[in-house]
Design a protein around this ligand. Structure first.
Ligand SMILES: [Zn+2]
Length: 678
């Protein structure tokens, strides 16, 4: 018996990870031994003399390696939310071991022949629909991971996947270094013109924390975004823009261009080995959209509906800028600044006008309260659950009848040890085992504006929406009600996974809800109706521009992953070509987009970025059901919970969707909602 904490059953509330007891030294030995014991579990299945059936093969496989899964969740969650050099070193060592381990399963002939035998001979009428889904996904999983490959191709496949796991990890590390390596240190007050007090306070606090005078701005979102929106000094905006947009393209040791070439080339080689024309063909088979043609048609249809609007959006900002003293063309580093000013002029609204009303504490109550209104959930803070950083809070989540549903972690503010952006993740996923229902441990990690010495954390409206979004993913995890872990919660097709998150953003623009959460942090005044109306009116401000921008990311992704040969060309030229149809600004020498595109090169969105827009079609169409019946209608909410949120990946998403909505999604509600069609 080992005394490594990671190899024991956690003796903690809800068996949550005992972070304070886990040392960095524990990971590597735990990974190695758990990989070995998981392999033994697989061997047992393989060597069993029994005739293979659903239970002794498919279920046995599904439940093998569960402790390894728990440790992986802990480790990789920390690597994203609270990393350090030691963890990064371990990640580099462990990732190939895990890839090798999964290859040992997926490329195990004897195991596959048993799975195949069950797949071909099992009487499906004796199984529930969830079990049929598990059987089909298991079989397909093997095939998609190379089980039908033989000899040299099989070896080649192994090499490719191992290499890819290293390269994608390195892409993310490079990007994090590039983000952290740059600071704009200002000590001259005039250079700060236009920047709101809250932003200056944060910048001063950062300088102070580094024993420096003045103000420091960084490429992390809460610093970068407001700087670009408010700094009057055009040259400084240009510098910040250039620093941000050159990340991964500085021809230094953190450059991502060669990595991109290698990653896309290996992905196409892998796809071809498996019998697909491109990586996109391979990926999309397991998406609601099914194939690249459908995705490209979808992107083109939206581009047709939005390009002219986007051009006039940008023109409008340019004219406004010229009227307000801008000389020459509107550049990319001018757009956020003048666009924000124009928005303020048109609607009397800017981020800083609403920020005092969005205290994180109240917004949190309102976001959690929405789950109470819709689904009857309640949340109780529990300080006895161990956390990986002082700033992380934990809740116990209960169902309407008092049944315990989930542990819920929240981690709100940026740190240099945390990746940018916001995401939901789990430390444990819902499933049922011999002992009963195993409830999930769900977490959301954000980079929201920090409190300062004299202000609480005050959010932009955009951050409020991000909170709702991630909380929607969290509900998908928390409310999961299935048997098998691999079909649980957010384990659904990539272009379906954003439905539960994006639909939440719809409540973010409803008066009733905004009145609940918007309370001025100094005066306790409830957010005035006219300010709410301005938020609503301005929702579609520059929506053509915003749509085309999202489409350009999706098109860049599809271009990289529709390659049918390894890539030999120039990364920058290729990228410009791929985004040409969506170009709204003059090109800027030296900048790159792909080298910072972590979603597709260090995340799960390769050939799937379009899924955000796809899901917008779904969420706009789904929210229509709430609008038809009342936005807090219990019956509609219950149907959404029963048919979508609880079901995970136990059925095809179109089947689930139609059960909720009664028909397939239509693109019209989205075009109307975003003002692209009257
Ligand atoms: Zn999301």
């Amino acid at each position: 018996m080992t005394n490594n904490i990671l190899q024991q059953k956690f003796d903690t509330p809800f068996q949550t990870p005992p972070f304070e007891l886990i040392k960095e030294d524990n990971y590597l030995p735990a990974f190695k031994e758990l990989i070995n014991s998981s392999k033994e579990q697989i061997n047992k299945i393989v060597e069993s003399p029994e005739i293979p059936d659903f239970y002794n093969t498919i279920v046995a496989l599904e439940t093998s390696g569960s402790q390894l899964g728990i440790v992986s969740h802990i480790f990789f969650n920390l690597n994203h939310a609270e990393t350090n050099e030691e963890i990064q070193t371990i990640a580099r060592e462990v990732s190939p071991l895990l890839t090798e381990y999964s290859n040992d399963i997926w490329l195990n002939d004897k195991l596959f022949s048993k799975v195949k035998q069950v797949y071909e001979h099992q009487n499906k009428n004796e199984l529930t629909s969830e079990q049929v889904q598990l059987l089909e996904e298991s079989y397909k999983g093997f095939v998609r991971k190379g089980a039908l490959l033989e000899g040299d191709s099989r070896e080649h496949y192994r090499e490719i996947t191992t290499e890819l796991s290293k390269l994608t990890l390195q892409f993310g590390e490079n990007l994090l270094s590039e983000t952290n390596d740059y600071q704009l240190h200002l000590s001259n007050k005039e250079e700060l013109d236009g920047l709101p007090d809250g932003i200056l306070e944060a910048a001063a606090a950062l300088a102070k924390s580094q024993d420096k005078e003045g103000w420091i701005f960084t490429l992390q979102f809460p610093s970068y975004v407001p700087f670009m929106k408010y700094a009057e000094n055009r040259e400084l905006r240009r510098q910040m823009y250039m620093a941000y947009s050159k990340r991964g393209n500085n021809d230094n040791e953190h450059d991502n261009k060669e990595l991109i070439k290698k990653i896309v080339s290996l992905r196409v080689q892998k796809a071809k080995l498996l019998g697909y024309a491109s990586h996109a063909h391979f990926v999309l088979e397991e998406h609601m959209a099914l194939n690249p043609e459908k995705v490209n048609d979808f992107l083109s249809e939206l581009l047709d509906a939005s390009l002219e609007v986007a051009k006039s959006d940008v023109k409008e900002v340019e004219l406004f800028a010229n009227d307000n003293g801008l000389e020459g063309d509107l550049q990319r580093w001018d757009y956020p600044y003048y666009s924000e000013k124009l928005k303020a002029e048109k609607y009397g609204l800017d981020d800083e006008a609403t920020r005092p009303y969005f205290q994180l504490k109240m917004v949190e109550q309102g976001v959690l309260g929405l789950a109470t209104k819709l689904y009857g959930l309640s949340f109780r803070e529990n300080n006895n659950i161990s956390v990986y950083h002082d700033e992380v809070k934990t809740y116990e989540v209960f169902d309407e009848d008092g049944t315990f549903l989930s542990v819920f972690y929240v981690d709100y503010h940026p740190r240099t040890t945390k990746q940018g952006g916001a995401w939901m993740t789990s430390f444990r996923e819902q499933h049922r085992d011999g002992q009963g229902d195993v409830r999930p441990h769900v977490s959301i990690v954000c980079n929201f504006t920090r409190p300062t010495d004299n202000k609480p954390s005050l959010l932009t409206f955009n951050e409020v929406q991000t909170f709702l979004h991630e909380f929607g993913h969290a509900l998908h995890g928390m409310l999961s009600n299935v048997i098998y872990e691999s079909l649980s919660g957010t384990n659904v097709y990539r272009d379906f996974v954003e439905l539960p998150s994006q639909i939440m953003e719809n409540w973010g623009t409803q008066k009733e809800w905004l009145k609940d959460v918007g309370v001025h942090y100094q005066t306790d005044e409830v957010i005035p109706d006219e300010l709410i109306q301005k938020i609503i009116d301005s929702e579609n401000y520059q929506s053509g521009y915003a749509t085309v921008r999202q489409l350009s990311f999706g098109m860049n992704d599809m271009a990289w992953h529709s390659l049918i040969e390894p890539f030999e060309g120039d990364v920058i030229t290729f990228e410009q070509e791929s985004m040409k149809a969506t170009e709204l600004f003059p090109p800027v020498e030296g900048t790159a987009f792909s080298t910072g595109f972590a979603h597709i090169f260090d995340g799960g969105y390769a050939a799937g970025y379009y899924g955000y827009k796809w899901a917008e079609v779904l969420d706009a169409d789904a929210f229509e059901a709430f609008k038809e019946n009342g936005i807090f209608d219990k019956e509609t909410a219950t149907r959404f919970r029963n048919e979508i949120l609880e079901k995970g990946g136990t059925a095809h998403p179109m089947t689930l969707y139609k059960k909720f909505r009664g028909h397939e999604p239509s693109i019209e509600p989205l075009l109307k909602r975003s003002g692209l069609k009257k």
